[in-house]
Every structure is written in C-alpha cells, then in structure tokens.
Write a protein that binds this ligand. Structure first.
Ligand SMILES: [Zn+2]
Ligand SMILES: [Zn+2]
Length: 233
C-alpha cells in the first residue's frame, strides 16, 4: 500500500488553509495513495470530519496527532480508529499551555466539517511544547491504543537527535520517521543497538500544502499495517 502518515490539516497553524478534510483526501486519492494519517500539532480535533471525507473518497485513514514533548521533540501518535484518537484528546488538553494563537503571526487554526465548512477555530496555539516528557508522550500514546513514531529523526528542528543528541536505547517507540532511505545508515552508525530489520521505518511528507503530499513512492505492506494497528486492512 502506498502511504503517507504525516500530513497536516488546516487546523495546524503552519499548514495552508487549503488543507481541508476533502482536499487532503482527494489529493491523496489523485496521487494514488492507499492509506494516510493526518497528524495535526497537539490536536485530534480535525479527525472526525476527516473520517467522513475519507469514507467518501475510499481512502484508508489512520488517526494521528504530532505531539511536541517538553524536550521539544516531535512524536507522531497514530491510532487505528477515531474513538481511540478522540479519547486521547483530554490527555493532550491537560498538558497544553494555554497560550493564545496569533493568527496573523502563526497562521489560522481552522476546524471544518465534512463538507469543508468552517465550524470554529482553535484559540490556543497548537505549536507548543506539552508539559510531558518524550517518554511520557510515548507511554500515553500506547496506553490509549496508539503507535508512537519518532518524527523526522535527523531533522535540525524538533527531532529526537537534535534535542536529545541521540535516540534513547530504552525509549519504547514503534517506528522511526526518516526523509530518505540513506538516513537509515546514518542512524545505524551512531546507534548500534538499533536493528534495521526489526525497526519500522517511515518516509512521510510532513505536508503543509496539498502539492507536498507524498507521491506513490513509499510502500507499507498489509501485514505491517495490521501488525502495528490490529487487523484494519
Ligand atoms: Zn514535526
Ligand atoms: Zn509535522
């Protein structure tokens, strides 16, 4: 299955307003993807309308969010169903500093219904660090039935290697997100305890604009999806 598990909707302030539920699902369909996850910063509140839009287009949706830990590390929490993702939202809310968004500076945080009509705006700025450590974020994702994927692990901004210096040996993450296959060797060189074969590697777009959603280049097998999220495909 062609996948892209890191896409931002117009709820993320840094994403374009064109990233509406239907536009995301339709663009994924046009690009030839089979399965996507939408992962807004510290929020699951666009996922209900995305669920309906995905149903309309026939694209398989996983339910995500991109958390920012207190160490300013980004980690994707990806859940197999809407209920699990929505049940995770109170945990996020309790750890979110109530900094108001400044749309003119950070961008709009739009919530939409399944017809892409605006239903409201998130007032609290979503691109903030939660008051939870990376370990606590990973544990909470697991206890709510999700999988934790360390985001863009070799990036200069908000990656585990940038913020902590390395990928902790005892952190029970489920996958590592890289930008290209050659990054695997770079990671293995500095992390001899990481086994390439038994690690789930993901190459996602981190799209903030429609055109940036992945082309059909990266494949995940049905078995791997089912192994990670239960028998869902
Ligand atoms: Zn990120
Ligand atoms: Zn992102």
């Amino acid at each position: 299955m062609f996948y892209d598990f890191h896409i931002h909707s117009c709820l993320s302030p840094c994403a374009e307003d064109e990233m509406t539920p239907n536009n995301i699902c339709n663009m994924a369909l046009i690009k030839g993807l089979d399965i996507i996850a939408v992962t807004d910063h510290n929020s699951t509140r666009q996922l209900r309308s995305l669920s309906k839009a995905a149903e309309e287009t026939g694209i398989k949706l996983l339910y995500g969010t991109e958390l920012e830990s207190s160490e300013e590390v980004h980690v994707l929490g990806i859940f197999p169903d809407l209920e699990a993702a929505e049940a995770f939202q109170p945990w996020i809310d309790e750890r979110m500093p109530g900094i108001p968004n400044r749309p003119d500076f950070f961008g709009n945080q739009l919530m939409m219904d399944e017809e892409d009509r605006e239903t409201g705006r998130e007032d609290r700025l979503l691109i903030v660090s939660l008051t939870a450590s990376l370990q606590e974020c990973v544990d909470a994702i697991h206890s709510h039935g999700g999988r934790a994927i360390l985001a863009h692990v070799l990036d200069r901004a908000n990656s585990v290697t940038q913020q902590l210096g390395f990928i902790p040996m005892d952190l029970p993450y489920d996958g590592l997100e890289i930008k290209s296959p050659d990054q695997i060797q770079r990671i293995l060189k500095t992390h001899p305890w990481i086994k390439a074969d038994s690690t789930h590697w993901f190459i996602d777009s981190d799209a903030h604009r429609l055109v940036d959603i992945s082309e059909p280049e990266n494949i995940i097998t049905h078995n791997e999806v089912n192994e990670l999220w239960g028998d869902i495909v």
